[in-house]
Design a protein around this ligand. Structure first.
Ligand code: FAD
Length: 403
């Protein structure tokens, strides 16, 4: 007789805070957990804690639309995201966890000659950086996705730029897999523990005040995504970041018919199909600043209009679920991985609506910075002073698009 699953152990310990650690990472999202993992695994870090105000996977790491890719244009971005792609490719072996990494391809559609020229330029830049890129004409797109609105559309589809190695990864499994792997290396993952203050003594961060008491730290790393500006303000820092909500949508399950990720080039809409059959899609951010993890109806309408324009058959499908997450929108659309003016306090933020794909590379580069006090070679462009120096990394919506 089936007696159910017995004797299963939790995937990670429910750690209680110790008095102090060498490293305290604030934020148990994908980036914080990956940082702790690589710090322990690759940089020999010891006595590491991840402090999370809610539960593991409750933030954006479990709310995104699961798309991973490295199809960027600018030099500051491409090597970093390609390092991330390579880490995704080996992730499941590395952390010994099934994250359903699916390299099903990411196809960005274009609808006019100017857009085509911009995509050719981006594809060339990718290839120069050793990243795969293929330009498809309209017939090739039609053969792949015959149900899209090609001809009687206001914005007819002329072709697309495909990154075949891009795709999707099951987002919760990324959080759980990194948490489990970090725990196995001795990292304390402390849930339900909100950081309420950063203690600074003689210009140096010495620990964090939390809802479960003070935790001393040799170094404090902030990886708080949509709450970055709030947490950094506890150390007197004002970040070049605004928080906005981004929503995601999932329909009822259908037979498989979309075998890649597709983005509409004439509006904010992108879509893929989950392995369960649901259509997973999204679009633009809500236009006002907010720290609430829920969105508003005008964006729902706007996203659905984009869907109808690209793929009219979507109008007959029932929407099952939608939710919102909190985006830390930086002023050039690119992230920050850097020291701060406070000694011993480090910042990982500004991922906007595209930080899921960055999870492994971000964790690796932040771990490098925390361990060695110097930027990882792939993240040198992500210093905060780029805004003062005018060295911004602005992909003009081409790379930092929502997904
Ligand atoms: P989070 O999981 O949000 O982690 C931050 C953690 O910090 C949270 O768990 C939070 O509770 C914790 N925290 C905050 N304040 C405190 C405090 N005071 N004390 C302790 N803990 C605190 N990116 C892509 O690349 N591809 C996509 O397809 C994609 N789609 C998206 C769709 C949606 C709807 C959303 C919302 C986001 C999407 N993103 C996507 C963006 C991506 O999810 C984020 O950029 C990324 O997950 C942010 O990093 P994180 O995982 O560490 O964030």
């Amino acid at each position: 007789a089936c007696r159910g699953n017995t004797g299963w152990k939790p995937a990670w310990r429910k750690a209680s805070p110790a008095a102090s650690y060498d490293f305290v990472i604030v934020g148990g999202g994908g980036h914080g957990l990956a940082t702790a993992y690589y710090l322990a695994r690759r940089y020999g870090g010891k006595r590491i804690a991840v402090v999370e105000k809610g539960w593991i996977g409750g933030g954006n790491v479990g709310r995104n639309t699961t798309i991973v890719r490295s199809n960027y244009l600018l030099h500051g971005n491409v090597p970093f995201y390609e390092t991330g792609m390579k880490l995704w490719e080996g992730l499941e072996q590395d952390i010994n966890y099934n994250a359903m990494v699916s390299q099903r391809g990411v196809l960005n559609l274009f609808h006019n000659d100017a857009q085509k020229a911009a995509y050719i330029r981006r594809g060339n830049s990718m290839r120069l950086h050793g990243v795969d890129a293929d330009l498809l004409d309209a017939d090739a797109v039609r053969a792949k996705l015959p149900f899209l609105n090609f001809d009687d559309a206001r914005f007819p589809i002329r072709g697309g730029l495909l990154q075949a190695r891009g795709g999707t990864v099951r987002h919760d499994a990324v959080a759980w897999g990194y948490a489990r792997a970090a725990d196995r290396l001795g990292v304390d993952i402390i849930e339900n523990c909100e950081v309420t203050g950063i203690r600074i003594e003689q210009g140096r961060a010495t620990g964090v005040e939390t809802s479960r008491g003070f935790i001393g730290a040799g170094k404090v790393g902030l990886a708080c995504a949509g709450n970055s500006s709030r947490v950094a303000s506890m150390a007197g820092l004002r970040l070049p970041i605004e928080s906005h909500v981004l929503q995601a949508f999932v329909t009822e399950g259908l037979k498989p018919f979309i075998d890649c990720v597709v983005t509409f080039g004439a509006g904010h809409f992108y879509i893929s199909q989950s392995d369960k059959g649901g259509l997973v899609f999204g679009g633009d951010i809500d236009g006002y600043n907010s720290y609430a993890q829920r969105g508003n109806l005008p964006v729902v309408e706007d996203v659905c209009e984009g869907g109808m324009a690209l793929m009219p058959r979507i109008g007959r499908v029932r929407l099952l679920r939608h939710w919102g997450g909190l985006m830390d929108m930086s002023m050039d659309g690119s992230p920050i991985i850097d020291r701060t003016p406070v000694d011993g306090l480090y910042l990982n933020a500004g991922w906007c609506y595209g930080g899921f794909k960055a999870t492994p590379a971000s964790g690796l580069c932040f771990a490098h910075l925390l361990a060695r006090d110097e930027p990882h070679p792939d993240a040198v462009a992500y210093r905060m002073d780029r805004f003062a120096r005018g060295a911004v990394i602005d992909e003009k919506g081409m790379g930092a698009q929502p997904n």
